[in-house]
Design a protein around this ligand. Structure first.
Ligand code: UFG
Length: 331
């Protein structure tokens, strides 16, 4: 029997990629999304329940109606900069959302949850690459709210037996490998889409936030992971919970770091166009370097990033920003 999975935030960038992959791999995904930032058309034929995770009875009703046996919880606000100026929205959506989700899950008797956490829970790491047991000390409200959600899951496990996998994403990037959907945030604040836009002339120059970091070229280093690799990890996590595996917290990254200038150079190579840049002051809340130690995800789920080299990420993302690109051929 195909098991049904409720995917909150299923109409978003990562959620919709996970929904499509679930459907392809024999699960029945049902997206649960308030469409505040998601796009209905990203889901194709996958069913959508329009609802808000803060509404526990609506979550429970959706779980009951579709007889779901697990939840993947993507729905959240996820802009670091915005979280600094609008923390109330982040506590309400992310922590209030987790309270509603867990109450709905309890009412419906669902005890398997895969949760979208973030490397922002580590703050400025004490050592690199970051391991899961390293200190979690966020430096922005977004990170605080995600850390609170991780703790809520652990407390619920002790009291109510809620088993979970918290996946701490590093920098999600790329697009559907087969060209069905790309990254569509409004406003867009992420480096790769903005660099691709700048290269196509759709926007002004790319602003480089900080060139005086203690890194080889002075710009921030991040660990970029392809959205399809991220989606695949969620399916492995789900299978782990279905097989009665223990609760886990896992980094999802490629293990490689790329600086802002590395991204600019790679965009120029992939698109054949120059990226005009202007150098600006540091952006508040940005740690200098974030790279994952991906060992635990490999050992516990057998997960390895396969599409997360910059050339593949950019080749898949480029067509969504006015460039020629190259998709994978349909299998
Ligand atoms: N950057 C620029 N210019 C821009 C945009 C970004 O120089 O116009 C730089 C940033 O300063 C940063 C790097 O590019 O050093 C990456 O920035 P992004 O905004 O693309 O990504 P972040 O690392 O800030 O944030 C992402 C996710 C968050 C997650 C975080 C963890 O959006 O949800 O990674 O670090 F929490």
């Amino acid at each position: 029997m195909r098991s049904t999975v409720l995917v909150t935030g299923g109409a978003g960038f990562i959620g919709s990629q996970a929904c499509r992959l679930l459907a392809e791999q024999g699960w029945s995904p049902v997206a649960f999304d308030n469409l505040s930032t998601g796009h209905r058309d990203a889901l194709g034929e996958i069913p959508l329940v329009r609802g808000d995770v803060r509404d526990a009875p609506a979550v429970a009703a959706a779980l009951d109606r579709y007889d779901a046996s697990a939840i993947i919880h993507f729905a959240a606000k996820a802009y670091v900069g915005e979280s600094v100026v609008q923390p109330a929205d982040y506590w309400d959506n992310n922590v209030g959302g987790m309270i509603g989700l867990l109450a709905g899950a309890r009412a419906a008797g669902v005890t398997r949850i895969v949760f979208s956490s973030t490397c922002a829970t580590y703050g400025v790491p004490g050592r690199l690459p970051i391991r899961e047991n390293d200190l979690q000390r966020p430096i922005n409200p977004y990170g605080h709210t995600k850390l609170a959600c991780e703790q809520m899951l652990r407390d619920h496990e002790v009291a109510y037996g809620t088993r979970h996998v918290a996946l701490r994403y590093f920098n999600a990037a790329g697009a559907d490998p087969w060209g069905r959907m790309g990254e569509r945030h409004e406003p867009e604040t992420h480096l790769i889409p903005l660099a691709l836009r700048a290269a196509s002339g759709q926007s002004g120059p790319l602003r480089i936030f900080g060139t005086d970091y203690d890194t080889p070229d002075g710009t921030c280093i991040r660990d970029y992971i392809h959205v399809h690799d991220l989606a695949r990890a969620h399916l492995l996590a789900l299978r782990h919970l279905e097989e009665e595996g223990e609760s886990l917290a896992l980094n999802l990254g490629s293990g490689r770091g790329s600086s802002v200038r590395d991204i600019v150079a790679a965009v120029e190579t992939v698109t054949g166009r120059a990226v005009p840049v202007i150098e600006e002051a540091r952006r508040p809340g940005d740690p200098p370097v974030l790279t994952a130690d991906p060992t635990r995800a490999a050992e516990s789920l057998g997960f390895r990033a396969e599409m997360s080299d910059l050339a593949t990420i950019l080749r898949h993302a480029a067509p969504w920003f006015g460039h020629e690109g190259r998709h994978e051929q349909a299998a």
